[in-house]
Design a protein around this ligand. Sequence first.
Ligand code: FA5
Length: 349
Amino acid sequence: MDKIRELKEQFEARLAKTDNLTLLDRVRVEYLGKKGSITALLKGMKNLSNEEKKSFGADVNKLKSYAAKRIDEKVEELRKAEIEREIAEMPQFDITVPANTARGSYHPITLVQRQCENIFKSMGFTVEDYPEVVTDYECFESVNIPKHHPARDMQDTYYLTNGQLLKTQTSAAQNAILRKYGKDLIENGVPIKAIFPGRCFRNEATDASHENTFFQMEGMMVDRDISISNLIFFMKTMLSEVFRRDVKVRLRPGFFPFVEPGFELDINCLICGGEGCSSCKHSGWLELCPCGMIHPNVLREGGIDPDEYTGFAFGLGLTRLAMMEYKIKDIRDLNSGSLKALAQFSDDE
Ligand code: FA5
């Protein structure tokens, strides 16, 4: 009995000195573990008579449950103390300080995107949302760029380990949109008129006009008898609305496997007025909006008969449009996250 009392007193003294959970765990092992002192008492009973075993065993078991209960209580106590310590260390708030009521501001790309969306919506286009992670089929194969086609080299792609990729172009949504609205076109004669803005990713060396993450806004119209004149009309309307003045544009032939014929629509650099600067690579022109008549293979892949329907598509460089609109000389400022730089552009809406 003395042994038990002694051990209990020793345990209590040890517990009183334990001031953290790691030490407490050690105490638990020392007393209640396989080789712990209380367990050892039970093991040492073999030399006792049956009668002694009964009462000694009962007392040791009582001590065992007591120790386990005391350890659980101590855990609670230490946890509580830890939380109280954390609260005490937290910075104290002065509730009398006036609130910061400064308003946030929209990113320049968001502003230009909304402006373009409103213009196209007013011309009967729908605005579509599309994921940033897509399949090889969506980004390339469905838009007439088969595997190993050299056109893939123009877009240095980030592939994911599961075989999907970060979309390099908003054209990745073309097939899905043709399929989404094709039925209404064929059965009810409703033209497909959609725009789909989105973030694109390419593993590019960055400079004043190239980023590895940038925005495009794709547009598509499909109906009977759509021609290049329709394409030029919509492009010109959009640009004159965005810039609210006459902007010089030029159209040159351009190659994209998903359009035939294809064009590059360049805009006279608004930063240098066409004189030449780093933003336009000293040419006076900025490549802004490739476009063209949708290739028959793309229409066919989207479930639309190219002998009956034609359409145009364009891939507006939204980030570059924002640069022109707000005279931002270096594209990298737009992704910089610098609030000082970005908060200068206000929302006129
Ligand atoms: C395309 O991505 C085609 N999908 C566009 C298209 C759509 C053509 C429909 C025909 C029909 P391109 O790689 O040229 O094409 O990119 C389109 C626009 O995105 C460029 O004119 C440019 O304004 C912008 N752009 C491309 N790469 C970058 C970049 N690294 N940084 C910023 N803007 C870029």
